[in-house]
Write a protein that binds this ligand. Structure first.
Ligand code: ADP
Ligand code: ZN
Length: 291
């Protein structure tokens, strides 16, 4: 059986065909421009592929409430061309197959807990730290949506003393994304993040903000593991720094075996940047079995 997978991002749309084991059989990338151009190109790709169902992991904010009249819409996104775009409705009409729909980060998380090193874990948080910061949450084996979906990239940060950067989130300025996203690093230090690799102070500070966010997440959600992905986390030296700082912030308060093994508590994504699209295959498989 063939399943369609769409990782819908602000810069590109990755479309793939997968099998029941999450294997990617073929994959293309379509540039994200305006819906009137991009959506028909997506539909054209999938149209003759005889897919059983389609799974979409989508940039947001999106409406995941099946009771809502705008279910399946991209809602208040800063990418104004895509605001109030009925992406699920459009593809349902064009392809007429069951559609699974979730956030891009929940998609990546689902990929990791289905096919990656975190296979079988029931309580996991996945952060992507890139152009923006987003978090996917699985609690008790279910992807968490709540009233909308988690927006943990916008949790408030305590400013690190000596850091005078104004923050770049237009809504909250100094939230996690405002202080620690790739563009925030680049604006603060005046250089491409990838070119800052050997500047220790850059990653010390970055790890400090990431550890703050993780401290909050550990206290609020009690995950059994936290996965960190996204472009910024290609700086592998961050992992050790974040583990040390998180341990320090927790200060021995929470007693759990998982926290004694930090190496396996704060981990990189394990699917070589395929976690997103593989998660979308799983969203499709689940949508097909739900009918
Ligand atoms: P997106 O979030 O747009 O899907 P990425 O997760 O790749 O894409 O994030 C892109 C951002 O990550 C860039 O703005 C850049 O600041 C940062 N970035 C990308 N690669 C690296 C790297 N090797 N080291 C540090 N930062 C990086
Ligand atoms: Zn914010």
């Amino acid at each position: 059986m063939l399943y369609g997978a769409l990782e819908a991002g602000g810069t590109k749309m990755v479309c793939a065909l997968g099998d029941e084991n999450g294997r990617i059989l073929e994959q293309i990338s379509i540039k994200t421009t305006v819906p009137a151009e991009t959506l028909p190109a997506i539909a054209d790709y999938f149209r003759d592929k005889k897919i059983e169902s389609l799974g979409i992991g989508c940039f947001g904010p999106i409406d995941l409430n099946r009771e809502s009249p705008t279910y399946g819409y991209i809602t208040s996104t800063p990418k104004t061309d895509w605001m109030n775009c009925d992406i699920v409705g459009y593809l349902k009409k064009e392809l007429n197959v069951p559609i699974g729909f979730d956030t891009d980060v929940n998609g990546s998380l689902l990929g990791e807990v289905t096919y990656g090193d975190s296979k079988g874990l029931s309580d996991v948080v996945y952060f992507t730290i890139g152009t923006g910061i987003g978090a996917g949450v699985m609690a008790g084996g279910r992807l968490l949506h709540g009233m909308l979906h988690p927006e943990a990239g916008h949790m408030i940060m305590e400013r690190v003393s000596g850091d005078n950067y104004a923050g770049r989130c237009p809504f909250h300025h100094t939230c996690f994304e405002g202080m620690a996203s790739g563009p925030a690093i680049e604006e603060r230090w005046g250089q491409k993040a990838v070119e800052l690799s050997d500047r220790d102070e850059v990653w010390e500070l970055e790890a400090e903000y990431i550890a703050q966010a993780l401290m909050n997440i550990v206290c609020v959600l009690s995950p059994k593991r936290i996965i960190l992905g996204g472009g910024v986390m290609h700086q592998m030296q961050l992992f050790e720094l974040v583990r040390e700082k998180l341990e320090k912030k927790l200060n021995g308060y929470i007693k759990a075996p998982e926290l004694k093994d930090m190496e396996n508590y704060v981990v990189p994504a394990s699917l070589h940047d395929d976690q997103g699209i593989m998660g979308c295959i799983k969203l499709a498989i689940d949508a097909a079995s739900e009918g």
